[in-house]
Design a protein around this ligand. Sequence first.
Ligand code: AVJ
Length: 331
Amino acid sequence: MTQGHTGSGERVESRIRFFDFHPTTADVRAEVLEGLSQPHKRLPPKLFYDQQGSRLFDAITELPEYYPTRTEIQILRDHGEAMAEQLGRGCVLIELGSGSSLKIQTLLAALRPRVYIPVDISRAHLLESAQALAERFPELSIRAACADYSGPFELPLEPEWRDLAAFFPGSSIGNFDPDEARAFLKRVGRVLGPGGRLLIGVDLKKERAVLEAAYNDAQGVTAAFNLNLLTRLNSELGADFEVDAFRHRAVFNEDASRIEMHLVSRGNQRVRVAGQVFDVRLGESIHTENSYKYGIEDFQRLARSAGFVSEQVWTDAGELFSVHCLRVEDA
Ligand code: AVJ
């Protein structure tokens, strides 16, 4: 566990501690090379979130077609008191994939956690957000952890802390295949311990047109977000992708109940990535993201299979999105 500096003013600095668990260094290269060597080329969606990607993602959340963020925030606003009660006031609150820490602000006043632990893979974004949050909530103690939660991960927890709760908004659970989602939930359950609670946002299955519009916005922000992955590999792994030679494609795969994002090659091309050569055919795609959509009962079943009891679920009137409170089953 390394402790870094926050780079902020002293007033704020005393309430933020930064823990860098160094995600994405040597593993990125290996993961990228492995993904590109598959018969169906793929790249992990966590690589979207470099500084530019995090900015583009924030822009996505404000698009008229992208309903999940604003719908979830409305649900959090409408039911924040009930959620805080369910999670337990004064708890130790871990947020996985905290990004800009916007959603948590709808809960902080009601929840008053004793410490807030935002966890994010994007170091700069995490620090910026933690500082802004510390300024807005002068009473809040923050331990920011830079880590990759898509595999086993560490957290800056004190052994005597008991009442742990986790917040995992945004339907980021949708990036995992159901088996990975189950394994992830089990890991979270082990961290929380028996009786620990998880408040989790889950996007709901709905008509194809609504889903596909959300990932094919008219302004092309989602396309830029998808393509930025290649720009990032060019600068960080010395790759030579010709970004303009790929186009964004997002479709709903109904059988698998997921939106799939791809980068489709506009021609036959040869790319070098970290010293390795890959041929990409005209029309061939690099699969960059899955975003699973669940029915409420489907998700509750998944949670149960990971050792959680479903305590409560809140949705919007249009049933576009759901927020679940889950409790880790007693051992
Ligand atoms: C952050 C994974 C929930 O799947 O909707 C948004 C990411 N990708 N537009 C989602 C995303 C394209 C987002 N998650």
